[in-house]
Design a protein around this ligand. Structure first.
Ligand SMILES: C[S@@+](CC[C@H](N)C(=O)[O-])C[C@H]1O[C@@H](n2cnc3c(N)ncnc32)[C@H](O)[C@@H]1O
Length: 256
């Protein structure tokens, strides 16, 4: 059960850590007022709750980036509330985050972007292909990889699919000036892969096993599957380019 939550619904575990931390801190507050006559400030309580929630999250096996979220959640709420923001502001901020991080909860793939060095090395690696190669970025984010390749390879045919509404819109606008590049509002799971010479993705560990099944079913022999940093479980990459950047990015290649 814990393993299932950890791998498929980490947000539920994070919520559990938050609630447990609130409960423990409330009990400690009660005890300190009753037994020692000491009443901590709201900020002290919120910070203690954050530290405890982060620790509990770690203990429950959440990945390290949840640590910061768990740590900052309640202190962040307190900071926002103490500044008397109008109610619509919260709704607008929520809506903005939702439109950007549409795929975080269901697909467990948030938005982060391939770095400039990664895009450059990918582009160099594709130099040996025929000039009109077909390329797709599954979950193309803001379209940075597509734009770089559209400039470097004017004859290549480049596609991107994206389902986070605001992210899609920005990528679509960004690719408009390039006649060899198009972005569609479509789930990566609905994109047929049979026509592409290169399929690129930068997703998360969560969908990689399923993506491999799809790639093997649909991609044609000789085509390249490229993953930025995330491995396919039990399928070693045929080629790896180390990017030596701050997040230890790697480009992993599998030839079908
Ligand atoms: C980590 S970002 C990578 C963005 C871009 N490929 C890059 O390398 O800069 C992953 C993107 O995949 C999108 N995504 C996640 N699941 C998706 C799905 N099922 N269909 C289409 N896009 C998806 C997310 O919205 C996000 O923009």
């Amino acid at each position: 059960m814990l393993e299932l939550l950890r791998s498929r619904y980490p947000a539920v575990l994070a919520l559990l850590a938050q609630l447990l931390a609130v409960l423990v801190i409330a009990l400690l507050l009660f005890a300190s007022v009753r037994l020692a006559g000491w009443r901590p400030t709201l900020w002290q309580a919120a910070l203690a709750q954050g530290v405890l929630a982060a620790g509990l999250g770690r203990w429950l096996g959440l990945r390290s980036w949840w640590l910061a979220l768990n740590l900052a959640f309640v202190p962040g709420l307190l900071a926002l509330q103490s500044r008397q923001w109008p109610a619509w502001w919260f709704f607008a901020a929520f809506l903005l985050l939702l439109l950007i991080n549409w795929n975080s909860f269901r697909e467990r793939v948030p938005l982060y972007l391939s770095g400039a060095r990664t895009r450059q090395r990918l582009s160099e690696r594709l130099a040996g292909l025929s000039a009109d190669f077909r390329f797709v970025d599954l979950g193309c984010g803001l379209g940075g990889t597509l734009v770089q390749l559209a400039r470097d390879y004017p004859q290549a045919r480049l596609s991107g699919v994206e389902t986070a509404p605001l992210v899609f819109l920005l990528a679509w606008l960004r690719c408009l000036p390039y006649s060899n590049c198009r972005v569609r509002y479509r789930s990566l799971w609905a994109e047929p892969l049979g026509d592409y010479d290169v399929v690129y993705c930068f997703l998360s560990p969560a969908p990689m096993a399923e993506l491999w099944v799809k790639a093997r079913r649909e991609m044609r022999p000789g085509a390249l599957l490229v993953s930025n940093s995330f491995e396919i479980p039990d399928v070693p990459a045929g080629e790896i380019i180390e990017l030596n950047d701050w997040r230890d990015s790697r480009l992993l290649f599998w030839q079908l």
